[in-house]
Design a protein around this ligand. Sequence first.
Ligand code: ZN
Ligand code: ZN
Length: 358
Amino acid sequence: MKQRVEQLRERLQHHNLNALLVSSLTNIRYLFGFSGSNAIALVASDLSSFITDRRYTLQASQQVHGAEIIIAKKDLYAELKKIVSPEAGYKIGVEAMHLSLKDFTQLKKTLDSVKLVASERLVEQIAAVKDAQEIENIRQAAAICTAVFNEILPLIKTGISELDISAEISYRAARRGSERDPFEPIVASGVRSALPHGMASRKKIAAGDLVILDFGATMNGYAADFTRTVIVGEASPEQQKMADAVAAALGAAEHAAKPGVVGKELDGVARSVLAEKGLGEYFQHSLGHGLGLNVHELPRIGERSQDVLAARNVVALEPGVYLPEVGGVRIEDDFVVGSDGAENLTPVSREVVCVGQA
Ligand code: ZN
Ligand code: ZN
């Protein structure tokens, strides 16, 4: 973790900032190890200060490494004035994507001699490259996903509701050691599978339905994210064609995922496979995203992404096609990017599985 803060200090210098006010709890966890729900931190070239409230006195003393711990009596931001250097021209970066307008306004008032600079993704860029322990956490979370998938297949049959399947997924993931669902499981069947983010509903699964199952697991804070699509009964030729095309798109993207590849290039690899099969217009979201303490993080892998893949990125790749009034197919695997190619952490067959048959 010390190394993470050192990397951040280099970035501060590069961006001409004296300090960064870290207000994202995920970034605080990444830098200092704290997993509570109320904290801020200030990182400068000569100091790292972590501020939380009295509920977290014990937890902070156990978890926080590499920073001076300050327990605020009232407001976290009020404590900042005591540690910020009042010298003229002092520039503090604030996390534009994580600081509320209310806190920003208060900060401007409290630190009136300091220049606040909106900054983005300073910590996130460092966090995109994982160390061995982080990769191990995601590997374990991914293994829970694949085990849960195999376990729930026999439960998917006509008459059971999407919400029932969603509950089974969450329960079984927890039983296998997942700390929490990193996002609400998506269970979308029949025409609802054409909704890329169809939350589980009361709809009952019916014969002939495509069912998209997209869910995750969490290990030591790190998320895995996994999707398969199954068919209740026999696949129609159209459903089979969709499933084969999406599997081919993911295979091509997996093959192309290497350090140095730009996010939009990788996205384009999958997109062109689907276009060749006449399904290009039905793939309307990004190909993928980084995984870590967040279920969506850097690098971004979409049509406009300039992010460059690096060794030890962990990414989820998830091509899909969604035909309105027909249904959708999505397949998602998690990969560690390595110099020899991508290692698949969720190696489950991508062939469409037919379920619910006697
Ligand atoms: Zn997913
Ligand atoms: Zn995903």
